[in-house]
Design a protein. Structure first.
Length: 482
């Protein structure tokens, strides 16, 4: 525990929903829910206006729609949220070299390590300056907690919500924590909380009063001793700037159970490719491939295979995930699939690039080598294909029939641009129509128009910045602009 409140915890307010409200003037002050919109979707974030109806994160989307039928329901735009998060983390990095991100919208900062604060007054000034800078750069608000430990700084930011700052003076921890629910302490989830409740302990003061021996008896030595220290306000965990990821994974829940084995394998291949994309984006490779399957009866199975060395090759990961799938019974239906990679490393085992071909050969016989590009060119390429088609006898069927183009998709909430009406966002789509509201950050609420989904003048577009760069011109010259 520190003698000065120099550990800062930042938590952006209703981050995903707030970003959507900032980007869409017509949604400001109105209930907004961001998450999966299918029958099995869940809420990622709800705006404070939607929370008044009882909507909260992790709630089934169907329940949210019943509680707030008139809210705006949008698909997440993670590229937008990541871009904003990078701006926020840049601001935190100016305060200290010790920044510990917990998620896109949450982080700890050691102000003392960066020389940004040494007492209560300087810590409060740093926190208020950070909140002003975040609003200036992103147009969004964040809540700040300041304390002598990570646990109390996080509790402070929760008390500060929304758009506030709470500083907890060292020495007041026991008095502050005493009446709070035991669930506020790190490591006390629903199961542990229920176990403690049955033992007659529901508040932090009751945990502290029970004594270390009793908590160790109930929860085990490590967990019980740690919980006792935290109940007394002691938390010596440092701010760690390098939170090394232990795994990379992706998963999807399907609106309708998958029964077709071929479709299941196709989805596993797609998830494996997405997983490798994330792996490569992080500059990592992994040695163990993990498959997760949740079946129709909610039973969840996991299978894993450890490779000869780390890889970031999509073919290797697809093949490993496919082999794992063969050991799982999917006859009753599959509601969720996931593919992950663990045992991460900063290098790739080169000989693994041959592993996918070797495994395929073992299963199906030798794999023919791809035809060299120069041989294909010698045969004439696309032009020669057209000539061959023209040489067919009149009335004969063409050798190749081009597939019908797939219908374009316009997810709710995503950005679009129309050749005549400019920038807007998708309010909804269906029956081969898409409804667009034409407005952009900083504008007045815009008008709504509906188009055919194949309208050539309408295209998905990149998101517009929430705050134009020109609006940052009032910053002090000592602070670089983002």
């Amino acid at each position: 525990m520190r003698s000065a409140p120099t550990i800062l915890h930042l938590d952006m307010d209703a981050f995903f929903a707030a970003a959507e409200q900032a980007a869409k003037p017509s949604l400001r002050g109105k209930p907004v829910v961001v998450g999966g919109l299918g029958p099995r979707g869940v809420v990622s974030t709800a705006s404070y206006e939607a929370r008044r109806f009882g909507v909260h994160s992790a709630m089934p989307m169907g329940q949210a729609r019943r509680l707030a039928p008139n809210a705006a329901y949008l698909v997440p735009r993670f590229s937008v949220y990541r871009a904003i998060s990078e701006q926020v983390m840049e601001l935190l990095g100016r305060l200290s070299p010790l920044v510990e991100p917990l998620s896109l919208d949450e982080a700890f900062v050691d102000l003392e390590a960066g020389g940004s604060a040494h007492d209560s007054a300087s810590a409060r000034a740093a926190g208020e300056r950070l909140r002003r800078d975040i609003r200036a750069v992103t147009g969004l608000t964040g809540s700040v907690g300041l304390a002598g430990s990570k646990m109390l700084a996080k509790i402070g930011s929760e008390q500060a919500k929304p758009d506030g700052l709470v500083l907890i003076e060292p020495g007041t921890e026991r008095e502050l924590l005493g009446p709070m629910s035991a669930r506020i302490l790190p490591g006390v989830g629903p199961a542990t909380g229920e176990h403690l409740r049955r033992a007659g302990m529901t508040t932090v003061a009751e945990l502290a009063g029970a004594g270390e021996d009793e908590l160790v008896r109930l929860l085990g030595k490590a967990h019980g001793a740690s919980l006792y220290r935290m109940a007394r306000g002691h938390d010596d965990r440092p701010v760690v700037s390098d939170r090394d990821a232990k795994s990379v994974s992706v998963e999807d829940t399907f609106d309708v159970d998958l029964h077709d084995r071929v479709r299941v394998r196709t989805e596993v291949d797609r998830l494996a490719d997405r997983c490798v994309e994330r792996l490569r984006a992080a500059g990592r490779s992994g040695r163990t491939v993990v498959l997760k399957v949740r079946r129709y009866d909610f039973s969840t199975l996991t299978r894993s295979e450890t490779l000869r060395g780390p890889t970031d090759d999509p073919g290797v990961v697809r093949e490993a995930a496919g082999r794992l799938l063969e050991s799982v019974d999917t006859m009753g239906g599959v509601r969720l699939l996931g593919v992950g990679v663990t045992g991460l490393a900063d290098f790739t085992q080169e000989d693994l690039f041959a592993q996918a071909a070797a495994d395929e050969s073992a299963r199906h016989g030798p794999v023919a080598a791809p035809e060299p590009a120069e041989d294909r060119a010698a045969e004439g390429g696309p032009e020669r294909e057209a000539e061959r088609a023209a040489e067919q006898e009149p009335g004969s069927a063409p050798a190749v029939v081009a597939p019908a183009p797939a219908e374009r998709r316009f997810p709710a909430g995503h950005d679009v641009r129309h050749a005549e009406f400019g920038a807007g966002w998708v309010q909804g789509s269906g029956l081969r129509r898409v409804t667009v509201r034409f407005e952009e950050p900083g504008s007045a609420p815009g008008r709504v128009r509906t188009f055919w989904v194949d309208d050539p003048d309408l295209e998905l577009s990149d998101p517009l910045p929430l705050v134009p760069a020109a609006d940052q011109s009032s910053w002090p010259a000592s602070r670089p602009k983002l």
